[in-house]
Design a protein around this ligand. Structure first.
Ligand SMILES: Cc1cc2nc3c(=O)[nH]c(=O)nc-3n(C[C@H](O)[C@H](O)[C@H](O)COP(=O)(O)OP(=O)(O)OC[C@H]3O[C@@H](n4cnc5c(N)ncnc54)[C@H](O)[C@@H]3O)c2cc1C
Ligand code: FES
Ligand code: FES
Length: 486
């Protein structure tokens, strides 16, 4: 049993004891180490000013440790065990600027200085990834990698221009510069070792096996578990939640697996959105497309589907699809396993069918049949990095111009995500045409109970919900042109 967190920072080994383990990475960098290159602006994971690059043994590709961007303001040190971290101070090689830094300078991409270190880190992560995959830098890729980095002053033109001007052949990748056999050997040697950090009334448990995690959940009272901590990190920074006893699951290797078994995906509790987006791309492309516009790369590199489910927000983007695909959550405890359909898992607002001694260990998602029509919509003020006002999921089985069956779910229209059984029933067996969908649209209004809040009035949400069902019909029609009898 170890009582210290170990990580490497810009190639230097660090040990953190219980006293500092609850500190955010950004505070540690700035206040404890004086590495003030990393900036903190929002402290909520929204702006990317605090972006650093991190990797652990799960991020080994082609034998290389491939670095991913992360928001250091909502990442606590206990989440960094056996990671290699690179901050903006580690991007340049001694006195020689990284090509990304050089380009930001020459092309006037460094406009304010506050957001710049975050942009530099995200861009250096991008150039490493592209170099490894032998892909060029283009505008679309740049925008994707920089979704989580906001400029509030001038605009993105010079920043994008800077990115496009980087010559990949001049980039000496971080995965080579910071490669260390010794570090990787140490990570491997220590990955099966449990870590427990205790300081006064604060305790953190970092088990490496599922059985130990379940035992802790049984024995320790008031234990709050975390996966990626992207929800919890924000709550802590806002003072809404105090972490006193934490069960951190990211070191449990078997929980990070994503497996395709027959016509199902089995997704472990700590599998990140980034990995899920990649894994489901061919079999459930519509869900991958939705994940693509979920949060930012920084959040998707840490956050998980299971965290999204357990956080139980009615506007969580990940859940409406689970309702119509009839996904199941696997709840484990020392007493055994329970399998609960996602549709039964929510008993009310933030009220889950989850016992005190249980953890969600897995989600099982049936792959929708290829000839069924799946559409997932997210309505928010901005396309990227915004919280939804309303979400929609529709899965129709349409044969010979008739609706054999249809499943419809909405988020943001009640205390929990909601299937619409009456609307589904009304449409079943009917002809697939605008008149019948129009009648169903009127039924939608009777089955939802939206409220007014900062993201939209109840009236707006009702109208949007009705429009989304019609959008579902029209999009499928324009894509597939379904005709009666065919
Ligand atoms: C800037 C920003 C942007 C975001 N954008 C989006 C967005 O576009 N769409 C969206 O839906 N969400 C968004 N989120 C919310 C968040 O990122 C997601 O909900 C994410 O999926 C949470 O996963 P996590 O692993 O970080 O959860 P955590 O923060 O680790 O945990 C969340 C909750 O789940 C519980 N929990 C975690 N693991 C388990 C388990 N195995 N068993 C039981 N309970 C568990 C925790 O105790 C906690 O209550 C955003 C958050 C931020 C900060
Ligand atoms: S300071 Fe804004 S994301 Fe961390
Ligand atoms: S360049 Fe920093 S906020 Fe615009």
């Amino acid at each position: 049993m170890r009582d210290k967190i170990i990580f490497y920072l810009n190639g230097e080994r660090q040990e953190i004891d219980a006293k500092d383990a609850f500190t955010s990475l950004s505070t540690y960098l700035r206040d404890d180490l004086g590495k003030t290159g990393t900036k903190v602006v929002c402290a909520e994971g929204d702006c990317g000013a605090c972006t650093v690059l991190v990797a652990n043994r799960k991020n080994i590709e082609e034998g290389k440790l491939v670095y991913k961007s992360l928001n250091s303001c909502i990442t606590f040190l206990h989440l960094m065990d056996l990671h290699s971290i690179i901050t903006v101070e580690g991007i340049a090689e001694k006195d020689k600027l990284h090509p990304v830094q050089e380009s930001m300078m020459v092309n006037h991409g460094a406009q304010c200085g506050y957001c710049t270190p975050g942009f530099i880190c995200a861009m250096a992560g991008m150039t490493d990834n592209l170099k490894l995959k032998e892909k060029p830098i283009d505008e679309k890729t740049t925008k994707n990698y920089l979704t989580g980095n906001l400029c509030r002053c001038t605009g993105y033109d010079s920043i994008i221009k800077s990115s496009l001007a980087v010559k990949l052949e001049e980039v000496k990748p971080l995965y080579e510069r910071y490669h260390s056999d010794e570090m990787l050997e140490e990570f491997k040697d220590l990955e099966n070792e449990d870590v427990v950090l205790k300081n006064n009334d604060r305790q953190i448990f970092l088990p490496s096996r599922i059985d130990d995690a379940l035992k802790l959940k049984k024995e320790e009272t008031l234990l709050k578990c975390t996966s990626g901590a992207t929800d919890l990190g924000v709550q802590i920074n806002k003072g809404r939640h105090e972490m006193t006893k934490v069960l951190s699951l990211y070191r449990v290797q078997e929980m990070s697996k994503i497996e395709k078994k027959g016509q199902e995906f089995h997704i472990g509790a700590t599998a990140t959105w980034h990995d899920i987006e990649k894994a489901l791309k061919n079999d459930i492309p519509e869900y991958s497309k939705l994940i693509h516009i979920f949060a930012s790369p920084q959040i998707k590199n840490a956050g998980t589907l299971v965290g999204n489910i357990a956080n139980a927000s009615p506007i969580a983007d990940g859940t409406p699809f689970l309702f119509i695909s009839e996904a199941k959550v696997i709840l484990s405890s020392t007493d055994g396993e329970r399998t609960v359909p996602v549709t039964n898992f929510y008993k009310g607002y933030k009220d889950l069918d989850l016992k005190e001694n249980e953890l969600i260990t897995k989600v099982i998602i049936p792959i929708p049949p290829k000839d069924h029509f799946l559409k997932l919509y997210k309505v928010s003020l901005r396309k990227d990095m915004d919280i939804s006002a309303v979400t929609f999921a529709g899965l129709g089985n349409i044969e010979n111009g008739k609706i054999k069956s249809i499943k419809i779910a909405y988020g943001g229209v009640g205390p929990v995500v909601k299937r619409l059984p009456k609307t589904e029933k009304l449409l079943s067996g009917k002809e697939w045409n605008e008149k019948n969908i129009g009648e169903a649209v009127l039924q939608v209004e009777k089955e939802i109970t939206p409220i007014s809040d900062v993201r939209g009035s109840a009236k707006f949400r009702t109208q949007v919900s009705k429009n989304l069902l019609m959008k579902y019909y029209r999009e499928i029609q324009s894509q597939y042109g379904i005709e009666q009898g065919k």
